[in-house]
Write a protein that binds this ligand. Structure first.
Ligand code: GSH
Length: 231
């Protein structure tokens, strides 16, 4: 596969872009990474994602595919033969993986993101509690899903799958949230399954070279906060 046939428009700190990178790595697809700086949004981004104008955008044979989870599914569909599967084969397992991935995007991530901008201590505490409850639900889902197949290592079984990618891509930002809030959201007492899973996930060959370092994300978050702070 020529590299130029596959391009990924993204930015290194984005958890959504990370999903596409992990999926491409799992499938051993060579691609060109085009760093979007948003200063202003590039013509390529505006042309290839005119609806949302967001990254990631995968460009395959000059055709754009938008939305991270749709990109992951596309990559799984296109590079299927002889390569590891990302979505589970069983329709029920696929539905469950999609359910939790949607939960991560609709509930967990928005709550986590809102902590930094919380108005007052009460709202901050409520959002932290919401994230803790969300993680407890995912711990429970992890135990249920992995116990089905003799204590598998990942949501996807012996290998990283769809939900691992959807949730695992947020781990860097979850760690940044822990540092900025001073609250341990992930721990051996409340979420032991997820703590061990997160370690395995970050050490996986498809992840370790593309997962941004926490200290770099933290620096990025601080710069972002300074820009957003009212003058
Ligand atoms: N639902 C989208 C996905 O899963 O791909 C979310 C993508 C997203 O929020 N991307 C951010 C972005 O492009 C970067 S992390 N932001 C630019 C903007 O909102 O204008």
């Amino acid at each position: 596969m020529a590299k130029s046939e596959v391009k990924l428009l993204g930015a290194w700190p984005s958890p959504f872009v990370l999903r596409a990178r992990i999926a491409l790595n799992i499938k051993s697809v060579d691609y060109e990474f085009l760093e979007e700086t948003f200063q202003p949004k590039s013509q390529l981004l505006l042309q290839s994602n005119p609806v949302y104008k967001k990254i990631p955008v995968l460009i395959h044979e000059n055709k754009p595919i938008c939305e991270s989870l749709i990109i992951v599914q596309y990559v799984d569909d296109v590079w299927s033969s002889g390569r590891p599967s990302i979505l589970p084969a069983d329709p029920y397992d696929r539905a469950i993986a999609r359910f939790w991935a949607t939960y991560v995007d609709d509930k967990l991530f928005p709550a986590m993101k809102s902590i930094a901008g919380a108005k007052g201590e009460e709202e901050r505490k409520r959002l932290i509690k919401e994230v803790e409850e969300g993680l407890a639900l995912l711990e429970d889902a992890f135990n249920k899903i992995t116990s089905k197949g003799n204590n598998k290592l990942f949501f996807g079984g012996d290998q990283i799958g769809y939900l691992d990618i959807a949730f695992g891509s947020l781990l860097g930002w979850l760690r940044v949230t822990e540092i900025t809030t001073g609250v341990k959201l992930f721990d051996q007492v409340n979420t032991p399954g997820l703590v061990n899973w997160a370690e395995r996930f970050c050490a996986h060959a498809a992840v370790k070279d593309v997962m941004p370092h926490t200290h770099k994300l933290l620096e990025f978050a601080k710069t972002l906060m300074t820009k957003l702070a009212p003058i």
